[in-house]
Ligand binder design. Structure first.
Ligand code: ADP
Length: 162
C-alpha cells in the first residue's frame, strides 16, 4: 500500500487544494490530508472548523483521510511511517521555499522522507487561502475559488450576508 501525506494550513480549503487532493488520491492508495495545528500562526478558522470543512468537501473520496498534527511535519510523517509528502507548486516563489523544506526533511530523516510536488492546474495558479480571505472580507465573490459550503462559512466569519 502506498500512502502519502498532504500537509498544510487549509485556512480554508480552496479549489486549488482540492485539485491537488484529487490528483494525489488517484496516485496513492491512501492520502492523509493533515492540518497543521500551529498556535503561532493566526488563522481565521479553528483547527476543528478547518477539519470539518475538509471532511465535508472530500466526503466522496474514500481513500482520503483528514487528520491534524502539531510540531514538525517530518516527525509526524516518521511516526505514521508514511514517507511521501505532497506539496503543491504555484509559482517560482513557492519553489524556492519548498525546495529548502524538502531538502531539510530528506536530510533530517536519513533520506527516508521525500517530497512529491504537483504543479497547480492553470485555472488555480493565482489561488491561495489568503486571497480568498482578502476578497471575502470586502464582500467580493469567492464562488469560483472555494466550494459553496466553505464560502458561506468565510462570509459568516466576516459578518457578510450574501
Ligand atoms: P501552508 O501554510 O503549509 O503553505 P497552505 O494551506 O497554504 O499551507 O497550502 C498547502 C499546500 O497546498 C502547499 O503546498 C501549497 O503550495 C499548496 N497550494 C495552495 N494553493 C494551491 C493552488 N492554488 N494550487 C496548487 N497548490 C496549492
Amino acid at each position: 500500500m502506498k500512502a502519502a501525506i498532504y500537509p498544510g494550513s487549509f485556512d480554508p480549503v480552496t479549489f486549488g487544494h482540492l485539485d491537488i487532493i484529487h490528483r494525489a488520491a488517484d496516485i496513492f492508495d491512501e492520502l492523509y490530508v493533515s492540518v497543521l495545528n500551529n498556535s503561532s500562526k493566526t488563522s481565521l478558522f479553528s483547527i476543528d472548523e478547518r477539519v470539518n470543512m475538509l471532511k465535508e468537501v472530500t466526503a466522496d473520496l474514500p481513500n482520503v483521510h483528514i487528520e491534524t498534527f502539531s510540531g514538525l511535519t517530518l516527525q509526524y510523517a516518521l511516526d505514521k511511517d508514511v514517507h511521501v509528502l505532497i506539496r503543491g507548486l504555484r509559482a517560482v516563489t513557492d519553489f524556492e521555499y519548498e525546495l529548502q523544506i524538502a531538502q531539510t526533511n530528506r536530510k533530517f530523516s536519513d533520506d527516508k522522507v521525500d517530497t512529491m510536488f504537483l504543479t497547480t492546474s492553470l485555472e488555480y495558479a493565482y489561488l491561495s487561502s489568503s486571497i480568498v480571505k482578502e476578497i471575502a472580507s470586502y464582500g467580493g465573490d469567492i464562488s469560483m475559488s472555494v466550494p459553496q459550503a466553505v464560502a458561506d462559512r468565510v462570509y459568516e466569519k466576516y459578518g457578510i450576508i450574501k
